[in-house]
Design a protein around this ligand. Sequence first.
Ligand SMILES: Cc1ncc(COP(=O)(O)O)c(C=O)c1O
Length: 410
Amino acid sequence: MAHLAIKGGPPELPQGLSLPPWPVFGDAERQGLLEVLERGEWCLPPEGKVAEFQRRFAAYIGSRYATACHTGTDALELAFRSCDLDPGDEVIVPAVTFLASASAVVLAGGVPVFVDIDPETYQLAPDAIEAAITPRTVAIEPVHYSGYPADMDRVLEIARRHDLFVVEDCAEAHGTEWRGQRVGSLGDMGCFSFQMGKTLTCGEGGAVTYSDEDLAMSCYACSRFGQRPGGGRYEHHQPAGNHRMSEFLGAILLPQLERLEAQTAARHETGARLDAALAAMEGLSPLRRDPRITRRAYYFYLFRYDASRWGGIHRDRFMAALQAEGVPCGTAHNDPVYLYPAFQNIKRSLLHGNPMDYRQVHCPEAERVYHSEVVAMGNRFMMDGANVERIVSAIAKIRRHLDELATVTD
Ligand SMILES: Cc1ncc(COP(=O)(O)O)c(C=O)c1O
């Protein structure tokens, strides 16, 4: 009789993991929405919900200012526009991230230069940044991918030495801390997404955080028709779009921000326990533990699978077996971004004369990790710490029946 669920045996977790509902909301969100509806000022009153959210979010992140906007992609585009990229200027982006980290650079007139990841953290590899800098480089974009922070000591030091902007993509890292300081306040600008799956959400939304006065001026103008703070309503200093957030979304974000800290603490705790459990298991390992990471927020929980210590069985078969036992998992954002048709077949006019050819880009670690190493789980399971034991028991069962797993045909 088969033991493993993938071979027809009974699953270890017939009910799967406990996945608490998301998003979480209550009377505070309901009341806030009604208040805005009935007040009738649905767009940016000076003392409205969005203005208050911007103040509170900036304070939470540890920046002087925040500008709320439509999406995380919008936030990144605004940040790069505020850095005043000339067409064809280069921005260094990690090969492994969501498409938007790179497409926002293109939308702002820049050219993403993809660099490899550190195999122990899956974040931008600092040595690869150095090697990618050219006279056209204007900014580095560390993405705190999955909620794990990039090595900000090295990123900031390299940026300082080469006089480059640092635009942090924090879309997956609300509340992550590096040496006790929240990401989004370490570089020149931080960009957040409040899309439905993100750990701070209003359905669709975003924000840029920053402290420098010149960037504040520039971001203000880029986000609202080229206006200046205190300037006239029809005084426009540059041709710019309208990226302002509706009051209804501010009404949702204010109470959501109140909930964020406790939710982040719960995920951090679950992540630390699962890291310790996986580190003790044969052929699996968590991302590197680093004492400079004082708080980890999670968008995905990622771990590493070593096929050579699982009888040569490919990661995909291990994941199929784990799913069959009741643990949802996958590979998160899949391929390195330069491999998408969006970059393989990019129109040359979008590169503004820059000779970049994405068909020649090759980041060996990024490709290897996504082909055969990373296992990713969405963060919802992390709100219930009891899921750690469930995941461990499902993996331990697969391990006990490794011989049976070897007979599965892919
Ligand atoms: C790393 C990263 N950057 C940027 C974005 C874009 O955010 P949005 O979907 O709000 O445009 C996302 C969202 O999925 C993301 O994961």
